[in-house]
Write a protein that binds this ligand. Sequence first.
Ligand code: GDP
Length: 492
Amino acid sequence: MLGLDDTIAAVATGGGPAGLAVVRLSGGDALRLADQVFRGATRLSDAGSHTLHHGWATWPDRGVDRSRRAGKGPAPAGEAVAPAGGARLDEVVVSVFRAPRSYTREDVVEFSCHGGEWPARRIRAALLEAGARLARPGEFTLRAFLSGRIDLAQAEAVADLIQASTARAHELALSQLAGDLSRTLNGLAERIADAAAEVEARVDFAEDVGGAEVPPHVVTAIGAAHRGLAELLAGAHWARAVREGVRVALVGRPNVGKSSLFNALVGEPRAIVTPIPGTTRDRVSEAIELAGIRVTLSDTAGLRDGAGPVETMGIAITEQAIDGSAAVLWVVDGSVPLGREDCSLARRLEGRRVLAALNKCDRPAVVRDADLARSSAVDLGRSSGAEPWPVVAVSATRGDGLEALRAALAKLLGAGEDERALAASVGNPRHVEALGRAREALGRAAGAAGAAPGEIVALELREALEAIGEVTGRSAGEDLLERIFARFCIGK
Ligand code: GDP
């Protein structure tokens, strides 16, 4: 990771017509470079921190450099020829944040210009012309992390915040950005470090302290840290669903009303509904929000035996959809007896999170809830010890039971398990993996504390600390940082 001493520039706002856009500049030369582009009443190099300045952004007047570019380098992005020195680019308001009271802890200058495609792009080009380097993805936030203003979990929360697709996901990212997770982890790490130091001291000075055994209060502390991590990880499944959203596939034999139910849940006709079996051959996907989770529903081709070649391809895609789904909505036509195809499908769904929708409840019922639940699970060919699947009676065409179906689906996905716990939950798979390792190491340390020599206990405690440090960034290598920040957008 070279060039951390460079002054970097990027457009920080999204594209398209908009009221305003922001071009950001950070680094030791930020004020001097901004002065080459800004024309206003004050020189930015003389301006105080946290001040605003109205004026014009103009093309820098750098005769020597421009003539060099005219011979060799390309014109700035989108320009046929570089503008003349001093040419106006936009009317702007510039904010000055002096080190260390800025996002990156370096000198930061932000040009607020008009939105739309050109103003920000040309101001960025002008700043690059003046000598700034284009920022890499996430480089502003990387600098905030490297300067110690935020830790790694907080830096990752910035990316989550930008990508949040539901209000719930936004809240989860906000709490992580505010440092809730970091504080919990730092508290745990401190207690583990104290325990490790005490165990190590006893090993080193066994003779002076009367033996190398791990004292009871340290055993208690290790147990408490282990429980703390387990609690934190308990909400991980739900937090991940909130953070990333989930996929739910609608499956069922042809003509049971999958497409109708898909349309009813989505709220507008997207899937083609016909009385001819086998009409839906592609996967149609649409996202809805359920209990704060973004749920991508996919309508699939009906799974049936003996279909034609096109439909057979659709069925293969359906199998993939089932594999990639967090849960399956199994649609059954409740107005006709269960058939062989329903039973073979039920067997295929064994072991997955399944919610059964007993459709066409506007007609006289032939299939009952109990037929799909445990009591007659054997008839469906499910193993007798299998978990009963929840069943909701619905009418896709009349709209009966849709609320109950949404609620049952949210519950199946883990909603309501522990709403309070979400605040300090871990939804990032990288964090879950590292903290899982920490929890295992603590478990081994607790097991060894009574029996094995102190050295072993200390080793496990150090391993737990290392894993926690990967989340907060205390023990994050350059490779890891590069992977994490590559996920960011430019300008963040
Ligand atoms: P798919 O093949 O499983 O996707 O089934 P469709 O959604 O295409 O529906 C097949 C037929 O069943 C269509 O004629 C629908 O109008 C009808 N249908 C779907 N849902 C209901 C329902 O709840 N009640 C009744 N009476 N008919 C329905």
